[in-house]
Design a protein around this ligand. Sequence first.
Ligand code: MN
Length: 202
Amino acid sequence: MAKTYALPPLPYGYDALEPHISKQIMTLHHDKHHQAYVNGANAALEKLEKSRKGEAQIDVRAVLRDYSFNVNGHILHSIFWPNMAPPGKGGGSPGGSIGDWVNRDFGGFDKFKAQFSDAAKTVEGSGWALLLHDPETDSLVLTQVEKQNFMHLAGMTVLLGLDVWEHAYYLQYLNDRAKYVDAWWNVVNWSDVDSRLSKVKK
Ligand code: MN
């Protein structure tokens, strides 16, 4: 296989985000859930390759759907982990360019935080709230992703993502997704978000 995806290590310990996100959640989320997306993306690529070689018959529509679901899961989680940092290092309000851009495009950090939180809390079922850079307007926009591959905005770059699948919070917050979303702001790694913005802004 020419192309394979690999699970990146967490950039901190499994317990580093406590008390906001428990060690148990981080361990299962990274080692089991993220690994499953990596495996699923690789398996889909392998099926496509075997089909091209005439070694397997596949439903290409189903395999490509599976590929998009799993590869998006892999990419979003690979951004999600460094988007967070231990409390003290993470949290607070953004400085640098990202702070200026949030103020410019959302009318202030409080307004951004409220709208992003609202997006995260209202995802129907499993999904994500994302802060994106739109190259067309060279500005920041929000989206809400259902599951991992619906409402994807083509060509935009993810700067900050919040996973609101139940596997991201249920073991600690049960059905109180809003409490998890509110606690998550204490571990947002703004310097990581700023460095992602610096790579795409014009
Ligand atoms: Mn997840």
